[in-house]
Design a protein around this ligand. Structure first.
Ligand code: FEO
Ligand code: CA
Ligand code: CA
Ligand code: CA
Length: 734
């Protein structure tokens, strides 16, 4: 037995998550960028529309009518679907006192607010399950009823009686993702491996069955009923609630939409290709307009292994695997879930299903296609624990970060925005075929069947002149057919399973790792964080471009930026848009990089989590490694303007681009700093705006440990205002 260094493996896993895969081999944007530069250098110099933010707001029509008496302001699409009860006016300035940079072991929040840790890793959801102890000896099986690891995206679902109520705050269901595990901090003996020289190469380093089982059960989603505390401030868990539930990487899930039943999803578990076991690496979250939870599958690559099987697969199948990082003889990212000895399994193929090697005569004999059953937007109805998670394949398969809907309007399609978080990957939107009806609010997974299984997936092209276009991932159009030279697409199932390859063929723009996306309820404009990309300006296939205009080394790209766009005519189903860069993140003392004029009160690095609350306040979270010597990861509040409210600038890489209005103490401010070593992620607010929940992943320094313990734990943080008013209430009063 070899006891590896626990810190080393934890660092390796954190790094793997941060650094992500690197599997976009195409040169499509290279060519596109050069062409665009030649054609459009002059038009970008001509500048934008000249509209100021004020003029823009004054001119914007009310899209959709508000039938909610409580919405007193210019809310786009204001209606029953908005999870808010109260005044929806956005403040003009931010009046709270900014939180200083901090690298302390503890978290800090703005003066007048209280931040409390709740629901840490291992918290029992049912009585009769022992408390988490620092010896970490709680059984692997017990995690079916405990909070999992690395809390991430989440949503608070207001509840009245047994039903979803978008306006209710007395009680609700807090639903959250458990994205991945810190292996070395989960098992009593840390990260343990056994060398087995007689095994095939991808099995030569084995892990213990109990450790893998614990990790599998620490992934997925938790549903926790919350009730307002007796003193009226904040919430507490309802132990033994009939809603409390864990969905893990063992939970049987259904594939729905065009991929269901595909030859490429048939496995030994389900030779018909309609079901798979588990949801995995659930990162960002989304609410559906009808009140279900949309979880995402991001870095699923890391838990799979692939041996030597290229000769058994078609050229297209091989290309598709490699385009998603799964090259031959790939052991995964250290989790090695495929590796315990078969005789240790307690259910059929408990471990073999994480090995995608084609070993049998055909797909029904092995798990060669299991890999194709992960990487989807997955819908869960938290109000009905008898329903199976549904993987909505029409929204494409990639490293999904989160999923945000545009404000819905009666009679118009429902539109979802999504990013693929890997270096040089793409931004997508899905437009439903069915048109929206408020009657579907509370409709559960049946409403999902209506809006998410049938529609068109599009990928974004960001032109150099500030315009943009959407290209459909539709089989038979634009070369997405069996004659395609890179990858033969035999049907819509293959276009969606290999969405990245289809997007390559459409000339999509390679972005700097698209993370969370959110839609402004004020302007209807779409914002997405581009967290950083170490290949930008450094690798030939990813030169700087107007939409990704900073190089990584000495250029500020390591600090990331936030891009935004306005759909043509304010129509989210439009085929074109106008974009600019809302904000460049940067340490405030770096002159060349600090293009948005950030200061000590609002500088940030590597934006990741992003959320417009229903009042139009933009919350920005960071997952950073570039500025953490000065400050740990943080949460900021911001009041953005609109596309074209800034000017044209040139970055230190010599690239021209459009930047939004400068940052100021009035329009962006640091609200919270997390404990040292953590990532601040996941965000949701109760409909009365009085409680803000955020998540802390992988903290250092024993943050979240039991009293006297040393094992740090991921947890949720509940933030309330000390005077019991709404979050940011001070910003609404003179
Ligand atoms: Fe799980 Fe891209 O963050
Ligand atoms: Ca993220
Ligand atoms: Ca990140
Ligand atoms: Ca993370």
């Amino acid at each position: 037995m070899t006891l590896l260094n626990n810190n080393q493996i934890n660092n390796q896993q954190n790094l793997a998550h941060e650094v992500v895969e690197d599997s976009n081999p195409t040169n499509n944007t290279d060519f596109q960028t050069i062409l665009d530069r030649r054609l459009h250098r002059r038009s970008i110099l001509k500048g934008g529309t000249g509209l100021t933010a004020a003029a823009f707001f004054g001119a914007i029509p009310l899209v959709g009518c508000s039938d909610d008496d409580d919405s007193g302001s210019t809310v786009v699409g204001g209606d029953a679907a908005i999870p808010a009860q109260g005044d929806l006016t956005r403040p003009e300035t931010l009046k709270f006192s900014p939180v200083a940079h901090s690298t302390a072991a503890e978290m800090s929040v703005a003066e007048g607010y209280t931040a409390e840790m709740i629901l840490p890793l291992g918290t029992p959801l049912m009585s009769g399950i022992d408390e988490w102890k620092d010896n970490r000896e709680q059984s692997a099986e017990s995690f079916d009823w405990r909070m999992g690891d690395n809390h991430d995206g989440m949503w608070f679902f207001g509840k009245t009686g047994n039903n979803y109520d978008a306006k209710a705050s007395e009680g609700g269901l807090l639903v959250m993702n458990h994205e991945y595990v810190n292996s070395a901090e989960l098992s009593p003996h840390g990260y343990l491996t056994i060398e087995d020289d007689d095994a095939d190469p991808i099995f030569q380093t084995r892990r213990l069955a109990t450790d893998v089982r614990r990790e599998v059960n620490c992934h997925g989603v938790a549903v926790v009923e919350m009730k307002r505390r007796a003193d009226g401030v904040g919430y507490e868990m309802v132990l033994d609630s009939k809603y409390n539930r864990r969905i893990t990487s063992t939970t049987t899930s259904q594939l729905t939409g065009p991929v269901a039943g595909s030859d490429l999803t048939k496995t030994k578990f389900d030779p018909t290709g309609h079901k798979t076991r588990g949801i995995n690496n659930n990162c960002g979250s989304g609410l559906s307009p009808w009140g279900t939870y949309l979880t995402t599958e991001e870095n699923f690559l890391g838990v799979f292994a692939r041996g030597q099987d290229a000769e058994k697969l078609s050229a297209a199948q091989n290309y598709g695997r490699e385009r998603y990082g799964a090259i031959e003889n790939f052991p995964g990212w250290g989790y090695l879930w495929h590796s315990p000895k078969n005789e240790d399994a307690t259910i059929d193929d408990e471990f073999a299903r994480w090995d995608m090697t084609a070993v049998g005569a055909n797909a029904a004999d092995d798990y060669r296609n299991a890999y194709n059953t992960f990487g989807y937007i997955t819908e869960i109805d938290p109000f009905d624990k008898n329903t199976m998670p549904k993987k909505r394949t029409a929204l494409g398969r990639f490293a999904h970060e989160n999923c945000a809907y545009a404000p819905v309007e009666e009679g118009k399609p429902v539109v979802f925005y999504m990013g693929d978080d890997a270096r040089g990957e793409y931004i997508y939107k899905f437009v439903s075929t069915a048109t929206w009806s408020n009657a579907d609010i509370g409709g559960g997974l049946s409403a999902g069947d209506k809006y998410m299984d049938d529609g068109t997936l599009y990928v974004a092209i960001f032109n150099e002149d500030g315009s943009g276009e959407w290209k459909p991932l539709a089989h038979g159009q634009n070369g997405l057919d069996a004659a395609n030279s890179e990858m033969a697409f035999n049907g819509q199932d293959e276009v969606l399973i290999f969405a990245r390859a289809a997007a390559d063929a459409l000339g999509a723009t390679k972005m700097d790792r698209p993370e969370w996306v959110s839609v402004s309820p004020m302007t209807g404009e779409v914002y997405i964080t581009l967290t950083n990309n170490r290949y930008r300006g450094e690798r030939d296939d990813q030169p700087v471009s107007a939409s990704n205009p900073r190089s990584y080394n000495d250029g500020g790209n390591d600090n990331g930026h936030i891009i935004r766009w306005a759909e043509a005519g304010g129509d989210h189903a439009a085929m074109s848009f106008q974009w600019d860069i809302y904000l460049f993140a940067s340490p405030s003392d770096l002159t060349a990089e600090n293009l948005s004029q950030l200061n000590d009160n609002n500088d940030l690095s590597s934006p990741d989590g992003l959320y417009f609350d229903p009042r139009g306040v933009l919350w920005i979270q960071t997952d950073d490694g570039a500025y953490t010597d000065t400050s740990s990861c943080m949460l900021l509040a911001a009041l953005p303007g609109a596309v074209d409210d800034g000017e044209i600038i040139t970055t230190s890489a010599g690239q021209q681009t459009r930047i939004g209005m400068p940052a100021s103490n009035d329009n962006i401010k640091r609200f919270f700093v997390g404990p040292e070593g953590c990532e601040v992620t996941g965000i949701t607010m109760t409909p009365d705006f009085k409680t803000l929940f955020i998540n802390i992943q992988h903290p250092g320094n024993a943050w979240g440990a039991v009293e006297g313990g040393s094992t740090p734990r991921s947890a949720t943080v509940m933030i309330t205002k000390d005077d019991g008013e709404a979050i940011l209430a001070e910003s609404f009063t003179e």
